[in-house]
Design a protein around this ligand. Structure first.
Ligand code: RP5
Length: 165
């Protein structure tokens, strides 16, 4: 992977890494230049503002923001940048991520956050969606994404193991 990052992956806490690592691994598989940082809306608001305000001029095309609980990070990030923000609700201990999901998905009209599923599936899909967005202007990446999807399809077709009752 060469060149400056085009996808930024941010998360509210180091404790979110277990989930957000799935997004980063998927970006790596697809050869998408990316960066990953801990940026908390609550604990490091100045870092968040600086990150969001400089994202566009640093060349980021998409930001993936993962957070749990009262998950303000994706919405606050989207409030400070026109770079598309994809939100990943991290599965919280208290409410299993329903709190995270509702905090992220229920943005008032005017500041959109594209919200994915809770946890691992959301993190992987956020990376795939970010890749598809970036691939609109990158034919080589579009081919890599198409190949990734073909391999996924083939792996299901190839798995003929019996389904034991
Ligand atoms: C949120 O609070 C983070 O996104 C994390 O999911 C949650 C808990 O953070 P820690 O207390 O584990 O640092 O801001």
């Amino acid at each position: 992977m060469v060149g400056p990052p085009v996808v930024g992956v941010i998360m509210g806490s180091r404790s979110d890494w277990e989930t957000m690592a799935h997004a980063v691994r998927t970006l790596e598989e697809l050869g998408v230049a990316h960066e990953a940082r801990v940026v908390s809306a609550h604990r490091t608001p100045d870092r968040l503002f600086e990150y969001a305000e400089t994202a566009q001029r640093r060349g980021l095309k998409v930001i993936i923001a993962g957070a749990g609980g009262a998950a303000h990070l994706p919405g606050m990030c989207a409030a400070k940048t026109q770079v598309p923000v994809l939100g990943v609700p991290v599965q919280s201990k208290a409410l299993n991520g329903l709190d995270s999901l509702l905090s992220i998905v229920q943005m008032p009209a005017g500041v959109p956050v594209g919200t994915l599923a809770i946890g691992r599936a959301g993190a992987i899909n956020a990376a795939l969606l970010a890749t598809a967005i970036v691939a609109n202007g990158d034919k080589a990446l579009a081919r890599r994404l198409a190949n990734w999807r073909r391999r996924q399809t083939q792996s299901v077709l190839d798995d003929d193991a019996p389904l034991d009752p």
